[in-house]
Design a protein around this ligand. Structure first.
Ligand code: BGC
Length: 753
C-alpha cells in the first residue's frame, strides 16, 4: 500500500524526522513504530552479503553469517559481460532477502587510478565507460530482487592512504570525464536506491558536505532519485552535510549528528524544509524496501556456489599462452607449486570480507578434472614471510625437474589487497619471484596462476609459457581455475586495467598517494591506457588484453552514415568469426578517436564493447550504437559536454593495443560556443574568422625583418596578439593604410557577435 509521505511528515516531530536521517545502530536505520515506519538493514557488499550476527564492526573482523563469496569486482570486470554482472547482482539480492537485508553497500565504481590502491579489488576498472556499464548491470541485478544497492564511494576515492581526510585536487575536466563518468552512467542507467558518499575531500570540500557533488551534479544533472548515505563515520558536520544533500548518516553517531541537525534547525541555520526533503527521500526507500521484503526467503546455496564458479570462469584473463601450453593434457606428470594451491586467496581484506558458505581448494578441484594426469604438490615457499626458504625451494625444484608441466600458484598476501592500506610496491613477495625463477632453471613448461586483486610486476614473464590472471575469484575460484587449466571451458576474460612493466611506468607514479594533506591528480585525464597510448610507454599487458583457446577474425566494419550531427546516433557494426576449433567467447572493443581537438585529448577512448559466444566456424555481426557522449569532451567554458566538428575515427580492437579495423565519420557540432575574442587573442585564434580575413591578409607579410634571422615567419606571425596589429600596421608603411585600435575593437565586436 502506497504511504502518503507528505501527510506522514506533517505528523512527525522535529526529533522524529531527525532520527530518520541518523542511523540507529551500526547497520540499521531508525524505526518509528508510532508511525509504522520500519528500520532498514544496510550491509556490505560488494561481492556478497556480509551480515554480522555478533558485535558490529565495519572491517570484517567480527562474526558474520555464511553467504556466497562471488568473484570480486576486479575479476568480474575482466568478464566484460553485462549479463553476468546482472546475474551475480540478482543472486546477491536473493541472499539479501534470505538474510533480511534491505540495502547492499556496493558496488564500488571508483576508478583504478594507481594499481597500488589497496581496494582496487573492489573496483571495476581504470576506464569509466566499462566501470559504469558493469556497475549499472550489477545494480539492476541486485535491485531486481526488491533490495537496494548503494553505489560507492562517491567520489574520487582512489587511494586508502589518508582516506578519511585526503584532499583530492583535480581539474573539472578530469573530474567529469574520468572519475564522475564512472558513477554517472551507473546512476543514470540503473537508479541505485542509494549512493554512498566517500570520506575524502574534493578540491577542499569533504564529499559528505559537498553540495556541488551531492545535489547539483548527482541530483540536478543526473536525476538521481534515491538517498545519499555517508560512508561509515564520514560525516564531519552533520547539519552542513544535510544542507549539501547527505540524507542519512551511518552508522549512529550516538546523538551527535541528531543534535547538530536539531540545533541548526532551531537556530535557523538549516531550514526544516531541507530536513523534510531528506526524510522524504529516505522514507521512499524504506517503504519500497518494506514492500519488496520476502519474509522467509531462502536460496539454493549449491546453485549459488555453481553460479560463483560459472562467473569466475569468465573473470580470469589468460595473459600468455606460448606454444599453446594451455589447456593442459589430462595425462603425464603435473606438479602444482606454491601454498595458494592448497590455501587459495579468493577475496580481499576489510569490510567486503565474506564468510563463505564453502571454499574450494585448487589442488582438489584440479584432481577432479585432471583425468589420468599424475598430480603432485610442493609448497615451494612460505606465506609467513617474504624470504626464500632453501629447503622448500629444493623440494620444489626436485619435484618440478621430473614433471612434464609445472603450475605455480602465486599472488599477493592478504595485507596487499586491503581496505585502509595501499601497497608500497607492485612486486609479489620476493620468495614467490625467487621460486618462479628457480623453477625456470629446471623446467621449461611452466604456467603461473596469479591470485591478486590488482596488477603485479612479473619480472619472469618472458621465461614462463603460460600466465593466467585469476584475480580474487570468490569461493568457487579453484574449480574455475581447474576448468580453464584443463580446457573444460575456454577463457574469455580480458583485462579491465593495464598491467605496467614496473611501478615507475604508472601514470600517477609521482603523485600517488600525495602529500600529508593533498594529492594532486596531475596526470589529468591520462589514466590507465589513456596514458600508455599517449606516451608510448609499453605496458606489460595492455588494457583489454586476454587470450582464448580459439581464434577470432574481425572483418567488414560498417557505419550507418559517414556524416552526422552530434544529436544523432551512429550505428557501427563488425563481423566476427570463430576461426578455431573450439567454441569461445570474444569481447569486441570499440574506441573513438578525435584526431584534431582544441583541447588535449586521449588518443582513443573506449565507447562500446560487446561479448559474443561463437561456435567453431560461426560468424556474427556485432552492433554498437554511439551517441553524443561517445564523441564529446567536458568543456569547462560552457560547463557541459561538447563535440567539436570534424572527423572521428571508429576503432575496433581485440585490446587497446590491438586495433584491427577502423572507419571514419564526420560529426558536426550543434553547440554554439560563444566567442570571446579580445585584443589579446592571437592571429592564429582569428585566422579562420571571415571578418578577419582582410586584416590578416593585409599584414601577413609585415614581418619582413625576421627573414634574415632565419625565423619561421608564419609561426611567429600566428602567435602575435591582435592588439599589436595597430602598431605593426603603422610602422609598416608610415601609417598609410594603418589599422587603428578603434578598427580592431570593431573587428572584435563583429567576430564575437
Ligand atoms: C567502507 C565502506 C563500507 C562501510 C561499512 C567503510 O569503512 O569504506 O565501503 O561499506 O565501511 O562497512
Amino acid at each position: 500500500m502506497e504511504r502518503d509521505i507528505k501527510t506522514l511528515l506533517a505528523q512527525m516531530t522535529l526529533e522524529e524526522k531527525t532520527s530518520l536521517c541518523c542511523g540507529e545502530g551500526f547497520w540499521n536505520t531508525t524505526a518509528l513504530p508510532r508511525h509504522d515506519i520500519p528500520a532498514m538493514i544496510l550491509t556490505d557488499g560488494p561481492h556478497g552479503v556480509r551480515k554480522q550476527s555478533g558485535v558490529a564492526d565495519h572491517l570484517g573482523v567480527n562474526e558474520r553469517g555464511k553467504t556466497t563469496c562471488f568473484p570480486t569486482a576486479a575479476g568480474l570486470a575482466a568478464s566484460w559481460n553485462r549479463e553476468l554482472l546482472y546475474k551475480v547482482g540478482a543472486a546477491i539480492g536473493e541472499e539479501c532477502q534470505a538474510e533480511d537485508v534491505q540495502i547492499v553497500l556496493g558496488p564500488g565504481a571508483n576508478i583504478k587510478r594507481s594499481p597500488l590502491c589497496g581496494r582496487n579489488f573492489e573496483y571495476f576498472s581504470e576506464d569509466p565507460y566499462l566501470s559504469a556499464q558493469l556497475a549499472a548491470k550489477h545494480i539492476q541485478g541486485m535491485q531486481s530482487q526488491g533490495v537496494g544497492a548503494s553505489l560507492k564511494h562517491f567520489a574520487v576515492n582512489n587511494q586508502e592512504t589518508k582516506r578519511f581526510n585526503i584532499d583530492v585536487i583535480l581539474d573539472e575536466r578530469t573530474l567529469r570525464e574520468i572519475y564522475l563518468a564512472s558513477f554517472e552512467g551507473a546512476v543514470v542507467d540503473a537508479q541505485p536506491w542509494t549512493v554512498m558518499c566517500a570520506y575524502n575531500k574534493i578540491n577542499g570540500e569533504f564529499c559528505s558536505q559537498n553540495r556541488k557533488l551531492l545535489t547539483e551534479i548527482l541530483r540536478e544533472e543526473w536525476g538521481f532519485e534515491g538517498f545519499v548515505v555517508s560512508d561509515w563515520f564520514a560525516v564531519s558536520e552533520r547539519d552542513k552535510g544535510l544542507a549539501a544533500g547527505l540524507d542519512l548518516e551511518m552508522p549512529t553517531s550516538a546523538g551527535i549528528g541528531k543534535e547538530a541537525i536539531i540545533s541548526a534547525v532551531k537556530s535557523g541555520g538549516l531550514s526544516e524544509e531541507a530536513l523534510d526533503i531528506s526524510v522524504e527521500r529516505i522514507l521512499k526507500v524504506v517503504f519500497r524496501a518494506a514492500e519488496g521484503r520476502k519474509t522467509g526467503a531462502t536460496y539454493d546455496k549449491s546453485a549459488h556456489h555453481a553460479l560463483a564458479r560459472e562467473a569466475d570462469r569468465e573473470s580470469m584473463a589468460l595473459l600468455k599462452n606460448e606454444g599453446g601450453i594451455l589447456p593442459l593434457a589430462k595425462n603425464g606428470k603435473i606438479i602444482l607449486l606454491g601454498p595458494f594451491a592448497k590455501a587459495p586467496r579468493f577475496q580481499g581484506v576489510g569490510s567486503s570480507r565474506i564468510n563463505a558458505t564453502q571454499v574450494d581448494i585448487p589442488y582438489d578441484e584440479i584432481a577432479k578434472v585432471a583425468g589420468n594426469a599424475e598430480l603432485k604438490y610442493a609448497e615451494g615457499c612460505s606465506l609467513n614471510n617474504d624470504t626464500a626458504n632453501t629447503a622448500l625451494l629444493d623440494g620444489a625444484k626436485e619435484a618440478a625437474a621430473s614433471a612434464d608441466v609445472c603450475v605455480i600458484f602465486a599472488g599477493l598476501p592478504d595485507q596487499d589487497d586491503s581496505e585502509g592500506k595501499d601497497r608500497a610496491s607492485l612486486r609479489l613477495p620476493e620468495n614467490q619471484n625467487v621460486l618462479i625463477e628457480e623453477i625456470v632453471k629446471v623446467q621449461k613448461n611452466i604456467v603461473v596462476v596469479l591470485m591478486n586483486g590488482s596488477a603485479v610486476e612479473m619480472p619472469w614473464a618472458g621465461r614462463v609459457k603460460g600466465i593466467l590472471e585469476a584475480y580474487l575469484g570468490g569461493q568457487a575460484m579453484a574449480g574455475a581455475v581447474a576448468d580453464i587449466l584443463f580446457g573444460e571451458c575456454n577463457p574469455s576474460g580480458k583485462l579491465a586495467e593495464t598491467f605496467p612493466q614496473t611501478l615507475n611506468d604508472t601514470p600517477c607514479f609521482i603523485n600517488f598517494p600525495g602529500g600529508s594533506e593533498k594529492v594532486e591528480y596531475r596526470e589529468g585525464v591520462f589514466v590507465g591506457y589513456r596514458y600508455y597510448d599517449k606516451t608510448g610507454v609499453q605496458p606489460l599487458f595492455p588494457f583489454g588484453h586476454g587470450l582464448s583457446y580459439t581464434t577470432f577474425e574481425y572483418s567488414d566494419i560498417r557505419l550507418d552514415k559517414t556524416e552526422m550531427t552530434d544529436t544523432e546516433e551512429l550505428r557501427a557494426s563488425v563481423m566476427v568469426k570463430n576461426t578455431g576449433k573450439r567454441a569461445g567467447k570474444e569481447t569486441i572493443q570499440l574506441y573513438v578517436r578525435d584526431p584534431a581537438a582544441s583541447v588535449i585529448r586521449p588518443i582513443k577512448e573506449l565507447k562500446g564493447f560487446e561479448k559474443v559466444d561463437l561456435a567453431p566456424g560461426e560468424e556474427k555481426r556485432v552492433e554498437f550504437t554511439l551517441g553524443k557522449r561517445a564523441f564529446a569532451f567536458y568543456d569547462t567554458d560552457i560547463n557541459g559536454w561538447r563535440v567539436e566538428s570534424g572527423d572521428f575515427e571508429i576503432l575496433i580492437g581485440k585490446s587497446s593495443a590491438e586495433i584491427v579495423l577502423s572507419a571514419v565519420v564526420h560529426v558536426t557540432s550543434t553547440t554554439t560556443v560563444k566567442k570571446n575574442y579580445t585584443l589579446d587573442s592571437t592571429i592564429a585564434d582569428i585566422k579562420d574568422e571571415p571578418a578577419a580575413a582582410q586584416v590578416v591578409q593585409m599584414l601577413s607579410g609585415s614581418l619582413g625583418a625576421g627573414q634574415e634571422l632565419g625565423l619561421d615567419l608564419d609561426a611567429l606571425f600566428s602567435s602575435i596578439k591582435i592588439r599589436s596589429l595597430a602598431a605593426m600596421s603603422q610602422s609598416k608603411d608610415g601609417g598609410k593604410g594603418a589599422i587603428t585600435l578603434e578598427q580592431l575593437h570593431g573587428l572584435i565586436a563583429a567576430m564575437n557577435s
